[in-house]
Ligand binder design. Structure first.
Ligand code: C2O
Ligand code: CU
Ligand code: CU
Length: 517
């Protein structure tokens, strides 16, 4: 086994306690340039999925990853609101996966191991461009008679400015493909937001937070089996927790900043882990947006929870912190995952800080409850599969059971997620941005399939940090979590699922079909 030594200290990538922190500077993923740009035509981009070597830490040997254009994170796609773009997604990955495949999962038995499909998370797009889990394509295999090596997707970006992200979504294998490195930012800007004098340009920094584990030789580690039979371990649920934190592709990095305001676009792109972020000097920050765009006004916070796939843009003011060094922490953990990254306020101020934290950000609208066409009660529950392994379900159904959620185009619906499991799930709905109505505790033991719910307390209002547009929401155990949304602009096949990727792959994902009346 190789060991990588530095100054007498032995670094073993498989042992987080041997990995020195704050060695690598935070990289900023580069913004992708279109291949073709014509005034009257959609900008055209090409992105190639490739195997590549990536340096996670200065003292590690290079690690094999799968990356969009061979980079991890992938390049940032940056667009203006209402600017249509086309992206040709090309699968140039090898034929063999470098992470262990579980052939018993949906889609994995009779499909090639290496299959990909790209989804822009949070986007309102036509069904053909949404990256449906079964619309995968491979390097050299064919599906239903036709051969795909690439797909051209179109994004109209007809929605509020927001921090979206793109990632792999292939059936039964999403957890491996995202873990391998297939994730990047997709940022929508709009002139109204640009007028707000929020920190911009090099003071507007996306932070993709993931957890990873490594083998001693520096290779990515992912377990053979994330869900052993319940007879072996009855408390186990499909999950993966890494033992290092990786931000924008570097393990426990640092960032040098100027004494001024910065905007950070926080994204939890982890498979399973949820974080609660807090600066170690308890420095306050201002949340300005949720998943789907700006809040109506900034919210001052000291701590911010982020479930898998959730985004939150914050502004932090380093003006009076010149010379200081502090750490962004995760208070959900007291071990290796308790540290995210370090900030050093040691750059000179390069220009006067004219940015602002405005009192008012954006006009907001709420839904008129009387316009609701449909209320759905949807359970989250645990079960076991044919191999007596744990499995999680939505609506007590599996992925390939017939579609039951068929909202009418442009209709408003309320979905009530009834969590019958003992842990939280970040539930994500494609196509829409929704609003959280409330969470209400109920008696799990008295719930029955006719939909009888015995509430045990009053409804809880959304937390301060989740009052904006959301596409992913934490559904806490023992609560009924209600959301409201309009199925806008597109008909066709979409999905909703838990964004814990180990849950999504087995089997916490269901189809949605948006239909014409
Ligand atoms: Cu972020 Cu259906 O995915
Ligand atoms: Cu999505
Ligand atoms: Cu889940």
């Amino acid at each position: 086994m190789d060991k990588f030594e530095t100054k007498g200290q032995e670094v073993d990538p498989s042992k987080p306690e041997t990995i020195p922190k704050f060695i690598d500077e935070l990289p900023i993923p580069r913004v992708l340039k279109p291949k073709m740009k014509a005034n009257d035509k959609p900008h055209y981009y090409e992105i190639e999925m490739k195997e590549a070597k990536h340096q996670f830490h200065k003292l590690f040997p290079p690690t094999t990853i799968w990356g969009y254009n061979g980079t991890y994170p992938g390049p940032t796609i940056k667009v203006q609101r209402n600017q249509t773009i086309k992206v040709k997604w090309m699968n140039h990955l090898p034929e063999k996966h470098f992470l262990p495949i579980d052939r018993s999962l949906h889609g994995a038995a009779d499909s090639p191991d290496v299959r990909t499909v790209v989804h822009v998370h949070g986007a309102n797009v036509a069904s053909e461009s949404d990256g449906h889990p079964e619309a995968w394509f491979t390097t050299n295999f064919s599906q239903r008679g036709s051969t795909f090596k690439q797909k051209i997707y179109q994004y109209t970006n007809n929605q509020r400015s927001a921090t979206l992200w793109y990632h792999d979504h292939a059936i039964g294998i999403t957890r491996l493909n995202v873990y391998a490195g297939l994730a990047g930012f997709f940022l929508i800007h709009d002139p109204r937001e640009d007028n707000l004098q929020l920190p911009k340009g090099k003071y507007d920094i996306p932070l993709m937070i993931q957890d990873k584990s490594f083998q001693a030789d520096g290779a990515l580690f992912y377990p053979e089996n994330t869900n052993p039979p319940v007879s072996i371990n009855p408390s186990v649920v499909p999950a993966f927790n890494g033992n290092t934190i990786v931000v924008n592709g570097k393990i426990w990095p640092y960032l040098r900043v100027e004494p001024r305001k910065y905007r950070f676009r926080l994204l939890n792109a982890s498979n399973t882990n949820a974080y609660t972020l807090r600066f170690d000097n308890d420095h306050p920050f201002y949340q300005i947006s949720t998943d789907g765009g700006l809040l109506s006004k900034p919210v001052e916070l000291n701590s911010l929870p982020l479930e898998p796939a959730e985004r939150s843009d914050i502004i932090i003011d380093f003006t009076n912190l010149k010379g200081e060094t502090f750490i962004l922490r995760n208070t959900n953990d007291d071990g290796d995952l308790s540290i995210i990254m370090q900030f050093k306020v040691n750059l000179p101020l390069s220009e006067k800080d004219t940015s602002d934290i405005p009192n008012f950000l954006c006009s907001d609208h709420s839904f008129d409850i009387s316009s609701v066409q449909r209320n759905r009660l949807l359970t989250l529950s645990a079960s076991t599969d044919h191999f007596n392994r744990p499995m999680l379900l939505l609506d007590h159904r599996m992925w390939d059971d017939p579609v039951t959620e068929k909202p009418v185009l442009n209709s408003v619906e309320i979905w009530k997620f009834i969590n019958l499991t003992p842990f939280p799930h970040p539930i994500h709905v494609h196509l829409v941005q929704f609003k959280l109505i409330n969470r209400r505790p109920f008696d799990i033991d008295r719930f029955n399939q006719d939909g009888f719910i015995q509430y045990t307390g009053p409804a809880r209002e959304p937390e301060l940090y989740e009052r904006g547009w959301k596409d992913t929401i934490k559904v806490e155990p023992g609560t009924v979590t209600s959301i409201i949304m309009r199925f806008e602009n597109h008909i066709g096949d979409y999905v909703w699922h838990c964004h814990i990727l180990e849950h999504e792959d087995h089997d916490m994902m269901r189809p949605i079909k948006v239909i014409k009346e």
